[in-house]
Design a protein around this ligand. Structure first.
Ligand SMILES: CSC[C@@H](O)[C@@H](O)C(=O)COP(=O)(O)O
Ligand SMILES: [Zn+2]
Length: 208
């Protein structure tokens, strides 16, 4: 069982992550949503429709792991169910950052299959568990839908076949990256975005 983490610490970490992500240009308009696990049963999540570079404490609320607000009148992110499903699937997931970068959006549309495979980059070592550039990194790619319940079920069924690591892509939509805490989620997000940019450049050059 996890010791609960004070909400104020996680709020500040998510607000800070939002400013950084916005500075990278990975959350244009009101795109993206973030969360952090408070305990075994609750998470802090961004309210729907907020600009992620301008978050304050008033833009975050507590939800249970079914995505229901707890003691808040704010409307949680439209994609809360994906966050809470990740917390349900893996107790080691402590934070989830969802972004809408150009690279993740375009690459996910260029990749026709259910998986994006990446290999040969030193930056693969930014992803937990990787000690070499050589092994393939495989990221799940899901079709986009506005039905978050359905997408959460697809995520769970893919996870049952094989647990996913680091993140997944939603086609034409963006990236979900996670980690044991906000710092690790940020590292995975940054590493994956770098790898996507490289892959996109390779494909633009006709190498792949
Ligand atoms: C700019 S619209 C993007 C939304 O449809 C959605 O994909 C998104 O990431 C943000 O939704 P939100 O409800 O603000 O968390
Ligand atoms: Zn989104």
């Amino acid at each position: 069982m996890r010791a609960p983490i004070p909400s104020a610490i996680l709020s500040s970490a998510l607000i800070d992550a939002g400013r950084w992500i916005d500075a990278q240009g990975w959350c244009p308009a009101t795109g993206g949503n973030f969360s952090a696990r408070l305990s075994d049963a609750h998470a802090l999540v961004t309210a729907s429709g907020r600009h992620k570079g301008q978050l304050t404490d008033d833009d975050l609320l507590t939800v249970d792991l079914e995505g229901n607000p707890v003691e808040s009148r704010l409307r949680p992110s439209a994609e809360t169910l994906l966050h809470t499903r990740l917390y349900q699937l893996e107790s080691g997931v402590g934070a989830v950052l969802h972004t809408h970068s150009v690279a993740s959006t375009v690459l996910s549309r260029l990749e026709p299959g259910d998986w994006l495979t990446i290999s040969g980059y030193e930056m693969q070592k930014s992803l937990n568990g990787n000690t070499s550039h050589e092994p393939d990194i495989r990221l799940a790619v899901f079709e986009n839908t506005q039905d978050m319940q359905a997408l959460a079920e697809q995520l769970a069924s893919r996870w049952q076949q094989m647990p996913l690591n680091w993140g997944f892509l939603v086609r034409g939509h963006g990236l979900y990256a996670w980690g044991r805490d906000v710092n690790e989620a940020r590292r995975h997000l940054e590493g994956l975005e770098f790898l996507f940019t490289c892959e996109l450049e390779m494909r633009r050059l006709g190498v792949k």
